[in-house]
Design a protein around this ligand. Structure first.
Ligand SMILES: *Cc1c(COP(=O)(O)O)cnc(C)c1O
Length: 427
């Protein structure tokens, strides 16, 4: 029923994650609720290790910043791709070593630069202008840092336009033809040591061809840098591998990705006589299918269309609203029943666009039923907001028959964090 998602089964019409009954869990802990399978997470990481032995894998923390999940990633030998001081502090707390962290970003402050160099982690530099600022900051503060250059390889990833990041028109990276000169400039500057190249062409990519194209372009640039006397110690090809959200849209596996890019990487390295470390930055393909988001049905309204209104909206799961994304929906307490009604699943937020799933076939539903939104582990909780006075939900980790809270649900007091009524307004 759930294809390759072996951590999910249906037993007596209830959805189980490993040996945990999702409906019973929702009854016990309340909804909305994010629930993650530990075994699935470990298995997804190991699939990358098998496909890319010898490469470093940096988990893209923006996909999921849950501390316990990051700890598991650390235990399984992953590093981290971070984009902010906040993400850096979380991965350090999870026990990820400095040497396995890359700080990316197209808009870092001087304070960020200092913090990165003090922390002793590498960063990717997004522009010639950033390079000059960074060198000045390094000299002023007596610090130094190893840097990679973020390349804009001008590759179309054939994905949703909002998550294509390697197009010429994208805000990210240095135009391919300027990289070698920028690298040379970095070699002359104090306080910075260029050690490699980085790219990331987009997300939810369902075809390996764009990755192969990007790898080829990265190796062209590596050749130009090498010819100019630069040492390429690291080549980071980013993340972006898609997953199968829709039953009809299968995704390549890490092994398929390896088959597409490793021959190019290896052949070109041999030709150039260089042996850089290969780095990958998977986010979604590590964590998306590990997690379901559970929501309770409050109302079933039969109007011009049938609406099923749950207690989770785009405040909890933003992807459908943001990217028109598909999340498969399963009735957690009717999982074996025939889908006979077409409904639109909406949330409690005061916006017409608060739609989680459109025109879906579901079993007959009523108030109190629980829906599971599959593949919610990437860009799910990490994009949740408190919009409309909604505290953020709890997160749970499942292992066998164990279900443990890794992040407790917020309550109304969290909506007030940091706020005060000005005394002069109390008169
Ligand atoms: C978002 C991002 C990733 C991860 O992308 P996925 O599609 O989740 O694998 C990796 N690297 C960088 C620089 C990113 O911005």
């Amino acid at each position: 029923m759930f294809g390759p998602k072996s951590h999910l089964t249906s037993r007596d019409s209830h959805l189980f994650m490993e040996d945990v009954d999702c409906f019973a869990l929702a009854q016990k802990l309340g909804t909305p609720l994010y629930v993650t399978s530990e075994s699935r997470l470990r298995e997804n990481i190991r699939a990358y290790h098998r496909a890319f032995p010898g490469a470093d894998k940096y988990f893209a923390v923006k996909a999921n910043g849950n501390l316990s999940l990051l700890r598991i990633a650390a235990q399984e030998g992953m590093g981290a791709d971070v984009f902010s001081a906040g993400e850096l502090s979380v991965v350090r707390m999870a026990g990820i070593a400095r040497d396995m962290i890359l700080f990316n970003g197209n808009s870092k402050s001087s304070k960020d630069h200092e913090l990165i160099m003090q922390a002793g982690v590498r960063m990717s530099v997004d522009s010639r202008e950033e390079l000059e600022h960074l060198s000045q900051t390094a000299q002023k503060s007596g610090l130094q840092g190893e840097i990679l250059f973020r390349v804009n390889p001008d590759v179309s990833p054939k994905t949703h336009p909002k998550i294509a990041t390697g197009l010429r028109s994208s805000k990210f990276g240095i135009p391919a033809e300027q990289v070698a000169a920028t690298y040379q400039r970095a070699m002359e500057l104090e306080g910075v040591k260029p050690v490699g190249l980085h790219c990331h062409i987009g997300s939810q990519i369902l075809d390996t061809a764009p990755f192969a194209e990007a790898a080829g372009k990265m190796m062209d640039i590596a050749a130009a840098v090498t010819a100019a006397g630069g040492a390429i110690e690291r080549i980071d090809l980013g993340g972006g591998l898609g997953i199968q959200y829709h039953p009809d849209s299968p995704a390549p596996t890490p092994a398929d990705l390896a088959a597409a890019v490793l021959p190019i990487f290896k052949d070109r390295c041999r030709d150039l006589g260089i042996s850089p470390k290969l780095i990958l930055e998977p986010g979604r393909s590590i964590v998306a299918d590990t997690t379901v988001m559970l929501a309770s049905v409050n109302v079933v309204k039969r109007a011009h269309v049938s609406f099923v209104a749950t207690d989770a909206g785009f405040n909890v799961l933003a992807r459908p609203m943001l990217y028109d994304s598909y999340h498969h929906v399963v009735a957690a307490n009717h999982s074996d029943e025939k889908a006979e009604e077409t409904v639109t699943v909406v949330g409690p937020i005061c916006e017409t666009g608060d739609i989680l799933a459109k025109d879906r076939k579901v079993p007959h539903l009523a108030r109190g039923d629980v829906l599971a939104f599959l593949d919610a582990g990437a860009y799910g909780f990490s994009m949740a907001s408190q919009y409309n006075g909604q505290p953020r939900p709890a997160e749970v980790l499942v292992s066998g028959s164990r279900a443990e809270i890794t992040r407790r649900a917020e309550d109304a007091s969290c909506l007030l964090t940091g706020q005060r009524i000005l005394p002069r307004l109390m008169k």
